[in-house]
Design a protein around this ligand. Structure first.
Ligand code: HEM
Length: 250
């Protein structure tokens, strides 16, 4: 991708905007299309998501938000984090726990199943929390602004296609402390733009945002592989139990 990482150009090729929020949107545009077009996200949008897919997705989201929110909490007074630190409005971990408890019961934690990509994503979050807290904004942006954008539509689709009642199992999508997602996104972008970064740090944040999207894409792809394998195993087992054994023949 040869996107201009510095600024956006208008139709007369003049630089019009150098805000971090605009840059980050521009450099991740292609990755967003890629993320939307993963099998899991396509199934989601078409209302074809299965309960098994949704439950597995929640397991991964748990590990991702656990790492993200722990690192944001630890670094909440860092100059690159403080302006975009909104635990009251955005924190997802408790909502995901509630959803997991709904689907898996009290011992949900022992039943968590995540692909390797999820662990790599969480590991990266912890690493940048330690070494580059100023990159956390890239990850917080990718997840939270996504949840407040397409995520809101996906929540409504999930409710219908999975037949979930009274918001049960859907807490992840609900932001009770955000009355207008659009206004909140505006505030969030202006806070992102208030962060002071050197050119090098800014470049690092932009690269990290592309990485954040790639981590998400890898998680979706590996989730799908997990499902395909378990579906295949199930089919094989079903086939075994239903087809006559060689010794039964003749
Ligand atoms: C924004 C849809 C998946 C991250 C948006 C917007 C829509 C959307 C309609 C608003 C665009 C705008 O305001 O200009 C979808 C759909 C998805 C999906 C239908 C999948 C079915 C994802 C995923 C991620 C993501 C998987 C990242 C993990 C974002 C972010 C924004 C966004 C960060 C904010 C962009 C900005 O305003 O800077 N999405 N999205 N989306 N989405 Fe997604």
């Amino acid at each position: 991708m040869e996107a201009d990482h510095r600024c956006l150009l208008n139709e007369r090729n003049q630089i019009t905007d150098c805000d971090l929020s605009e840059q980050i949107k521009a450099v991740t545009k292609e990755s967003h299309v890629q993320a939307e077009n993963t099998k899991v996200m396509l199934a989601f949008q078409r209302g074809q998501l299965t309960l098994q897919q949704y439950k597995l997705l929640l397991c991964s989201l748990y590990k991702i938000y656990e790492a993200l929110e722990e690192e944001l909490d630890k670094n909440s007074s860092h100059d690159g984090v403080a302006p975009i630190y909104f635990p009251q409005e955005l924190a997802r971990l408790e909502s995901i726990k509630k959803d997991l408890e709904h689907f898996y019961g009290a011992n949900w934690k022992e039943q968590l199943t995540v692909p390797a990509a999820t662990l790599r994503y969480a590991q990266r979050l912890r690493e940048i929390g330690r070494k580059h807290p100023e990159y956390l904004v890239a990850h917080a942006y990718t997840r939270y602004l996504g949840d407040l954008s397409g995520g809101q539509v996906l929540g409504r689709i999930a409710q219908k296609s999975l037949g979930l009642k009274n918001g049960e199992g859907l807490s992840f999508f609900s932001f009770p402390a955000v009355s207008s997602p659009n206004l909140f996104k505006q505030l969030y972008r202006s806070r992102m733009n208030s962060i002071t970064l050197t050119e090098l740090q800014r470049e690092g944040v932009l690269q990290e945002a592309v990485r954040a999207f790639n981590f998400n894409i890898q998680v979706f792809e590996e989730l799908q592989n997990l499902l395909s394998t378990s579906e295949e195993t199930e089919l094989r087992q079903r086939h075994k139990t239903h087809s006559p054994k060689m010794s039964d023949a003749g």
